[in-house]
Design a protein around this ligand. Structure first.
Ligand SMILES: Nc1ncnc2c1ncn2[C@@H]1O[C@H](COP(=O)(O)OP(=O)(O)OP(=O)(O)O)[C@@H](O)[C@H]1O
Length: 247
């Protein structure tokens, strides 16, 4: 598989503490990569570094084989990426306006915006909410708007930091099912930070386990879950007591 983003000898330090220490790591085109690990392991920091939202302290980040200058990421590269967080951070305005925002910023013609928003509203099953103020949505509805807003720009990589974790179980299951279909059809490359083995097991095809800022194991999700190594077993085996591993 072709690497879209590569990390080479990356460290990230804050307040004299090494938070990430990653000799090499890649995001490959077309994969749905899960990142899992204990609290404070560095998952969100890794996501931010991969998405060029935080500058590494040392090392190089390559995009499609080219080194990207630290702190000077071209706007057109930033615009290839989308990010969806646990909090949907919607704006005070209609659902239509919120979903359209990425296209509006790119100065797309109004007719194209209307067409695309209608398409993504329908895919996420929220056409009936188009005119509603986004601040008055349920958690599940808001997360659908958040994901539609991230997907409408057809990102090269979609970064997800626990977008389902605040949802009740039935809402989460329905959204994950719909989302999986959408992302498979769009063939979007995705990087997904989650605490939840069920979410990881259902959505991802490759899994990296990060402990103390280091990637301790990575590989196809079923293989990592079924064969934890000596560095990941204590973390994964706790989870496996609670969830069956069948996909
Ligand atoms: N800018 C910063 N300054 C100081 N410490 C930081 C900074 N950013 C992150 N950290 C610390 O780095 C560690 C990793 O944080 P990070 O949020 O990446 O972990 P995480 O694995 O996503 O955690 P969680 O599962 O709890 O969300 C934590 O101990 C955090 O307090």
């Amino acid at each position: 598989m072709n690497p879209l983003v590569e990390l080479n000898n990356i460290t990230y330090k804050a307040q004299n503490k090494t938070i990430l220490d990653i000799p090499e790591f890649q995001i490959c085109a077309g994969e749905f990569l899960g990142i899992m690990g204990p609290n404070g392991a560095g998952k969100s920091t890794l996501l931010k570094v991969l998405a060029f939202l935080e500058n590494q302290s040392s090392g190089a980040i390559l995009y499609r084989g080219e080194v990207i200058p630290k702190g000077n990421v071209p706007l057109e590269l930033r615009r290839k990426f989308s990010i969806a967080l646990q909090q949907s951070l919607l704006l005070d305005g209609t659902v239509f306006h919120n979903i359209a925002i990425g296209l509006t910023l790119r100065k797309m013609p109004k007719t194209v915006i209307k067409e695309k928003v209608a398409h993504w509203l329908e895919l996420f099953g929220i056409s009936h909410l188009a005119k509603k103020n986004a601040l008055y949505l349920s958690g599940g509805e808001a997360q659908r708007v958040n994901l539609a807003r991230a997907m409408i720009i057809e990102p090269e990589i979609l970064f997800l930091d626990e977008p389902f974790s605040a949802l009740d179980f039935p809402t989460k299951i329905k959204l994950m099912e719909d989302f999986k279909g959408i992302i498979e059809t769009a063939r979007t490359t995705a990087v997904f930070v989650s605490h939840d083995l069920m979410e990881i097991n259902y959505l991802t095809n490759r899994l990296a386990i990060i402990v103390n800022g280091e990637v301790k194991q990575s590989g196809p999700t079923p293989r990592v879950l079924e064969h934890p190594n000596s560095s990941t077993a204590s973390f994964l085996n706790e989870w496996k007591k609670f969830y069956p591993l069948a996909r």
